[in-house]
Design a protein around this ligand. Sequence first.
Ligand code: FES
Length: 329
Amino acid sequence: MGLLVKAKIDYPGESAAVSYISGAFPHKELRRKASTGMSRKPITAFTEKQEWLQPIQEKGQALVKDAYRSMGPNARSVKNALHGVWLGHPLHGAITDVPIGSWTTAAVLDLLECGGRSEYAAGADAAVLVGLAGAVGSAATGLTDWSDTEGKYQRLGALHGLLNVGAALLYTGSYIFRKANKRGAGRGLGFAGLGMVLASSYLGGELVYGHRIGVDHSVDRDDLPEEYTKVCNESDLEEGKPSKGTVNGVEIFLLKKDGQIFALGNICSHVGGPLSEGEVKNGTIECPWHGSQFCLTDGSVVSGPATSPQPKLQVAVRNGEVHVRRQQR
Ligand code: FES
């Protein structure tokens, strides 16, 4: 148990791994996190050693944070919109399909043009332009998500972003050459840009599939008890103070407030922060790691960076004992 508390500060994704090895939480969700958290692909190891990225990371994060600060009270809504809270899914993953799809289309049309089919030239140019527009959206959403990452994930994200900037510059040059009727140079820059964006996509995939960034980290609903199961005594709960219990090896967030007891999955869906160590604010529990807020009543996301809700549990008090079960469908 102590290991979980120690490790969570630097690398949220790894804290679960350490806690499982310690045997503190022999839960299959955490076991899954353990296996992914411990795998280190060569690209991750390589990126970790790139010290020259450190100042870029620091300046980049400061710039993003300053930009949001300058928006004042509107910052939170803009940030939530770009994280994809309204979509229930990270927006970045969806919007990156626009530049990748458009630029792949442009490459195919360019190849046809190379083969003497000049009627495809206008289509290729349009696809390059649509890709550039999509790249702006991808950059805005990606930077917003990246500003809530730490450690090696932040560095991998920085490299991913730099490659995307490089690709966007190559495609901007490509478009300029195309309009200046230097089609060969325009196509050449386009092919180079596609190579760069594919390399960047590989890193993006590694962040998601290798390190579970942007993936729902909350407990699987099916692992919550189907029947009412005792989690603690009512007298264990202090009015207004978040606490945690365990049922079937699953951590449950508990809060007694104004005559009601609220229960949610304790592991934050963003990257696994412990909600029981968070703060209660205006009918929500705020995660201590990056400030996501979840509605106490139904677990929905009120504010990101999380985009997936927390599992909600039904509560029954019987003979002074608090029992919980998963929400009935
Ligand atoms: S772990 Fe990031 S907001 Fe909860």
